[in-house]
Design a protein around this ligand. Structure first.
Ligand code: OSB
Ligand code: MG
Length: 368
């Protein structure tokens, strides 16, 4: 197979409702899409890099620059047998996983389309229906939070995750537990606490949470190991796991009991599958995280979630939770049981709406 064309574009989409985390509030999402043409077939990928370097060090701008000046020249015109070789080709570039993941996933989509098979089958997926949870941003009031949770449960979602930060943690959790004693509930702090806050985090244990996601520093495995020893509730790591080696270290150190895998954060399917397999061999359950993706990234998350050890509900949800109109057809829909039925068409299985994407495009560059 030969990579003929690579096109980068930035699209901008307003969120249906603003999304607030411990590191900021977002109303408009900028995302970088990659189109990769391989032997005449085009695959699509999405970089999940943020507007600013607040979740991870990368941003839309850094991903663009790395793709154009460093990844493009390695990949363009390259011949290869399988998309599984792309990750290794990119190994001279340190970090920049979100830039790598965008192009790597586009090439996987192209290969699956070439072969006429669904991408989830090509990567060895087994689940035909995936379980969905929701991630709910920090709300102004507890009443608004309760109303949001009520709505998501009515839509069928199987677990509720709320974002927390210091001062907006114990109270919202307590309120939700009073109102919904039996739901599967978890929190995500996006690194808003320090190890010395452990007695405060310990108070969350009264509310029997499924897990506490990424309470401490974004790259601080050691403190998470200390914290996990003080808690009964499992810690789930998100930000910390950006390399396969970090996953191994986290497991060996006892820094977490669950891992959230995001394609973009780890650099694409090859590293995501390796982390998945490692976790499976160590009996660490995983689930697929989300990054407020457009339909392109959402479709990739669905494919990834079909692997065997994605045994907990992920943050992969219906398009309409974030977008008034998505960029794929059909849009991602969730069943009343809170599941997504995996598409059976070739590649990502959802068709990019190129006309709409074109309208949303703020800039576009074909790499030469
Ligand atoms: O930590 O999982 C996170 C969104 C942006 C950045 C980080 C995170 C999130 C979410 C949203 O939780 C999940 C989704 O896409 O629904
Ligand atoms: Mg998270």
């Amino acid at each position: 197979m030969k990579i003929q064309n690579l096109t980068l574009r930035e699209i901008r989409m307003p969120l249906v409702t603003p999304f607030e985390t411990s590191f900021g509030r977002l109303t408009n999402r900028r995302m970088l899409l990659v189109e990769a043409t391989v032997d005449g077939v085009t695959g699509w990928g999405e970089s999940v890099a943020g507007e600013g370097p607040f979740y991870a060090p990368e941003t839309v701008e850094t991903a663009w620059l790395i793709l154009r000046d460093f990844i493009g020249p390695i990949i363009k015109g390259r011949t290869f047998d399988s998309a599984s070789e792309i990750w290794e080709l990119l190994s001279p570039i340190r970090g920049h996983n979100m830039a790598k993941g965008a192009i790597e996933s586009a090439i996987w989509d192209a290969e699956a389309k070439q072969r006429g098979v669904p991408l989830w089958k090509l990567i060895g997926g087994v689940h035909q229906e995936i379980s969905c949870g929701v991630s709910i941003g920090i709300k102004e009031s507890l009443d608004e939070l309760v109303a949001t949770v009520e709505r998501e449960l009515a839509a069928g979602y199987q677990r509720i995750k709320i974002k927390i930060k210091p001062g907006k943690d114990i109270e919202p959790v307590e309120r939700l537990r009073q109102r919904f004693p039996n739901i599967r509930l978890m929190v995500d702090a996006n690194s808003a606490y320090r190890l010395k806050d452990w007695p405060h985090l310990k108070r969350l244990e009264a509310y029997y949470l499924m897990m506490i996601e990424q309470p401490l520093g974004w790259d601080d495995l050691y403190s998470h190991a200390e914290l996990q020893r003080k808690l009964v509730t499992p810690i789930c790591l998100d930000e910390c796991i950006h390399e396969e080696e970090h996953a191994r270290a986290a497991i060996e150190l006892g820094a977490c009991r669950i891992i959230n895998i995001k394609l973009g954060r780890v650099g694409g399917y090859t590293p995501a599958i390796r982390i998945h397999d490692l976790c499976q061999s160590k009996q660490i359950p995983v689930w697929c995280g989300g990054m407020l993706e457009s339909g392109i990234g959402r479709a990739h998350n669905i494919a990834l979630s079909t692997l065997q050890n994605f045994s907990l509900p992920g943050d992969v949800t219906a398009s309409r939770r974030y977008w008034s109109e998505d960029v794929i057809e059909p849009e991602v829909e969730v069943t009343p049981q809170g599941t997504i039925r995996v598409p059976q068409g070739p590649g990502i299985g959802y068709a990019p709406r190129v006309d709409r994407i074109e309208k949303l495009t703020a800039r576009k560059e074909r790499l030469s």
